[in-house]
Design a protein around this ligand. Structure first.
Ligand code: URA
Length: 240
């Protein structure tokens, strides 16, 4: 099996992330740094990541976190800032976030060691829906909403059509918007709002793939139940 697939199956990271980890020289096969994701490995090979041996295939774990602002969505940080995995540190499995929320964004974040599922949930081809509430500066005109709806050019690429609703005016000077996306470009909501002249003052993801933080206090998490996992699998064309 290719090294990148092995790492994803073993729950180390999604395939995309595993490629990065390999390119960073953090993976060794039988003591030698493996710098190509496509090399073939088997059960007899000794594989380590950051010096820690990868011992076969972990049980799959799926947790839904109500992320508070102030945590970064990576598994480790070179500057010792708090990460979302600190909030699930009592889970034995090596979990990593499915996609990223900015440090100052709060709300629904799925973490898992199921690399194949994570990879598909992040891929725009599967149209997984993410819903955000954004408090933005100023009163938003209907033309701006229409521009967001039909797609905007950000960093030279057109965004997919998005759902957007004006929920309410806040303190007579800001607007609370609900924005639904099926893709996950970096800082997408903030860049889309900036492109139509509004700064995002606060951002919360209220739903991911239909799951919300209902009954989940900020900073805490819960394990998904069987039917939720099966529904995610179906959503991205995998057999549970
Ligand atoms: N869009 C953003 O701008 N930030 C996030 O954290 C998520 C979506």
């Amino acid at each position: 099996m290719r090294l990148v697939k092995y790492l994803a199956r073993a729950g180390v990271a999604s395939r995309r992330r595993a490629e990065i980890i390999i390119s960073e020289g953090r993976v060794r096969v039988n003591g030698t740094v493996a710098d190509k994701p496509q090399i073939i490995v088997g059960n007899d090979d000794e594989i380590t990541v950051d010096g820690k041996p990868i011992t076969g295939f972990e049980e799959k774990v799926y947790v839904l976190l109500n992320k508070p602002a102030g945590y970064i969505s990576t598994t480790r940080d070179t500057h010792n800032r708090p990460t979302v995995t600190d909030l699930v540190s009592d889970v034995e499995a090596r979990l990593y976030p499915v996609g990223r929320l900015d440090a100052d964004t709060s709300g629904v974040l799925l973490l898992t060691n199921d690399g194949e599922l994570a990879c598909r949930l992040m891929h725009p081809r599967y149209n997984v829906k993410k819903v955000y509430q954004a408090r933005v500066s100023g009163l938003v005109k209907s033309e701006a909403l229409e521009q967001i709806r039909s797609g905007l050019v950000i960093d030279g690429e057109k965004t997919a059509p998005a759902g957007v609703r004006n929920l309410k005016t806040v303190s007579n000077k800001d607007t609370l918007l609900e924005i639904s996306l099926t893709e996950g470009k970096k800082r997408q909501v903030k860049l889309m709002c900036a492109a139509v002249g509004h700064r995002v003052r606060a951002l919360r993801r209220v739903s991911f793939a239909g799951m919300t933080t209902a009954n989940l206090p900020r900073g805490s998490y819960r394990h998904l139940d069987r039917s939720e996992i099966e529904s995610l699998y179906r959503m991205v064309g995998l057999k549970a």
